[in-house]
Design a protein around this ligand. Structure first.
Ligand code: ATP
Length: 238
């Protein structure tokens, strides 16, 4: 079995009196594509924020590469290979595509390698190459999603966290984004994918966790989950 990259044990997060995460366990092994699905407000984004140091937690533990990440700042976690593409993308609107990609590599100092990686991103995302000098804020939603993913990849992440990459995109663009997620995974990057589109997420992933009201209610092989009557009824609308 592959090494465990990330291990969450009995994690609890509260916002004031609201218990958003009520004690969850989740594990991601090296090279896996894992998806976390669930209804609005289930706690998926909160889980991602806890993993990337953006959200303090009240109880439990998160270990990355065998070490607790409690209190470790986000920029240090990024240096250690933990990158996140947030919901809403967060590209630098007033910078060009190329400048956004350069910003994504700010933890690196290998100038030649950075330049090679920008070319690599332009190969994965030809649309970004065509628009290399366009301001990011003027790109379409789908293009900004591609840019946000490319920018995160510029940090050479070991674990890439994607928060609802399909949000607000046309069906064709959603297919394209999922193709890219699978390609990124095939290239050896471990991926945690949070998605509202449960059907596509389960088709793409190796394993899945279902979250409901701050708890993990189900976990296992994602293809088997596609056939699970409870999952079909609650999350696939079948
Ligand atoms: P969605 O799919 O709608 O994005 P989610 O599963 O990502 O939902 P979270 O964003 O993690 O859910 O929210 C979990 C719960 O915590 C929700 O009830 C939400 O209202 C609450 N919550 C999230 N952020 C805060 C905050 N900063 N302050 C107070 N409550 C919050």
């Amino acid at each position: 079995m592959k090494d465990t990259l990330l291990k969450i044990s009995n994690l609890k997060v509260a916002y004031g009196g609201i218990h958003a995460i009520k004690g969850i366990d989740l594990e991601i092994r090296d090279g896996e594509l894992v998806t976390l699905i669930g209804a609005n407000g289930a706690g998926k984004t909160t889980t991602m924020k806890a993993i990337t140091g953006l959200q303090a937690w009240a109880g439990g533990e998160i270990e990355y590469l065998g070490k607790s990440i409690k209190g470790v700042p986000s920029h240090e976690l990024l240096r250690q290979g933990l990158a996140m593409v947030p919901e809403g993308r967060g590209v630098f609107a007033r910078m060009t595509i190329t400048e956004n990609l350069q910003m994504g590599a700010y933890t690196r100092d290998d100038t030649a390698g950075i330049s090679d990686d920008i070319d690599r991103m332009f190969n994965i995302f030809p649309r970004l190459k065509e628009r290399a000098n366009q301001l990011a804020g003027t790109m379409s939603g789908g293009e900004q999603q591609m840019l946000a993913m490319a920018r995160a990849l510029m940090s050479q992440p070991r674990l890439l966290l994607l928060d609802e990459p399909s949000m607000g995109l046309s069906p064709i663009m959603v297919q394209k984004i999922f193709e890219v997620v699978r390609d990124i995974s095939a290239q050896g990057v471990t991926v945690l994918l949070v998605e509202q589109n449960a059907s596509l997420a389960l088709q793409a992933a190796d394993r899945a966790y279902v979250m409901d009201s701050g708890l993990i209610t189900m976990s296992g092989d994602s293809k088997q989950m596609l056939d699970d009557p409870k999952v079909k009824e609650a999350y696939l609308g079948e």
